[in-house]
Design a protein around this ligand. Structure first.
Ligand code: ACO
Length: 323
């Protein structure tokens, strides 16, 4: 029996506290105008003092399970893409599993920074189509505000906190029809670690550290690598990128998104963008944007959706799915 990995529900969660550009301009030497012009960001959400990445993930996962009409007893795989885990170990996915009351299956984290959700979805797809697992929660969740240097205006204005989740189910091809993950493409170039990293860690400094980024170099790499990933995935699926219905990018910078749209001849009205209200939520940004597209009625069952990401590593990748 041929199985397909179909997204049957998605859910989103954003912390309550809103931090606007105007608020930020009171802390560092920046302005609402500079941030909006260079990035498209107006405001972002920040997790409350007691709020952990697993709490954000659990809220998004519950919403996705409601949308897919499934219970904790139905889930046998949880993958959390995160750069900001609750603890050094165990995996945040294990903590999420316990909080959700899931008593069976496997749970683990994936660390590919802003590309994490693409890596997580591609991994889940392989586990599901092999028949090893039946129903997965694929979650992107971040409390990125906890690893920011709030005195560095070049990075602290870019990021926000949040979580998004997919329920992905193994469904026989005859029942799934055209729906499901069609293709995915993952890349890493570890020689570019210095462009974007956190200057701390368990085996190096013993401290968590803060985000360090050569923003303009990352910017230059982004459009090329994202376009390459999207073109490759399209070729694997035997389509042209212009045939997609919706483009749901990682939300790093509105100018990067528009650069990709231009390079691949997409239409601006095909883009689902949440960057203005959320900033860059790293691994959470793709499912958050996807859920926005579903919630406002743009992404409908059967639509062809391209998702992509690029982040620290450098890592980058894309996936094509029929909703
Ligand atoms: N407010 C005001 N001025 C600022 C700010 C700020 N918040 N930040 C930087 N500047 C200044 C710089 O100091 C510099 O001043 P100078 O010319 O006097 O030296 C000037 O603005 C230009 O700086 P650049 O870094 O060249 O600005 P750029 O146009 O490249 O925009 C940005 C910066 C927005 C960070 C952009 O480079 C970018 O978006 N890069 C990609 C980010 C990204 O995609 N990250 C990947 C994903 S994140 C992840 O994986 C965790």
């Amino acid at each position: 029996m041929t199985l397909k990995a179909v997204v049957t529900g998605c859910g989103a969660y954003l912390p309550e506290h809103v931090l606007t550009n105007v608020d930020l301009a009171k802390k560092v030497d920046t302005s609402d105008e500079w941030i909006r012009e260079r990035t498209g960001i107006r405001e972002r959400r920040i997790a409350g003092p007691g709020e952990r990445t697993s709490d954000l993930a659990v809220n998004a996962a519950r919403a996705a399970m409601r949308a897919a009409d499934v219970n904790p007893a139905d889930i046998d795989l949880i993958i959390v893409a995160t750069t900001t885990p609750d603890l050094t170990f165990p995996a945040t996915a294990a903590i999420v599993q316990a909080k959700l009351g899931v008593l069976q299956g496997a749970a683990f984290d994936i660390q590919a920074v802003c590309t994490g959700f693409i890596y997580a979805l591609a991994t889940a797809e392989k586990f599901l189509v092999s028949g090893q697992h039946r129903r997965a929660l694929v979650i992107g969740a971040e409390t990125f505000s906890r690893i920011l240097d709030w005195s560095d205006r070049a990075t602290c204005v870019l990021f926000g906190d949040g979580a998004g989740a997919f329920v992905v189910e193994a469904i026989p091809e005859e029942a799934a029809g055209e729906r499901g993950v069609i293709a995915s493409y993952l890349r890493t170039d570890g020689s570019l670690v210095d462009l974007l990293y956190v200057d701390g860690g368990v085996s190096s400094t013993g401290q968590v550290g803060h985000v360090r980024m050569q923003g303009n170099k990352v910017f230059r790499e982004a459009i090329e690598r994202i376009s390459e990933a999207m073109t490759t995935v399209s070729r694997q699926a035997g389509i042209s990128p212009t045939e997609i219905d919706w483009f749901v990018p990682h939300q790093a910078n509105e100018r990067i998104i528009q650069g990709v749209v231009k390079k691949l001849d997409l239409r601006p009205d095909q883009v689902v963008s949440t960057i203005a209200g959320q900033g860059n939520t790293s691994a959470a940004s793709i499912p958050l944007a996807y859920c926005q597209g579903v919630a406002d009625g743009r992404i409908k069952k059967g639509d062809l959706v391209m998702i992509e990401g690029m982040g620290g590593g450098l890592t980058w990748g894309a996936a094509l799915l029929r909703a």
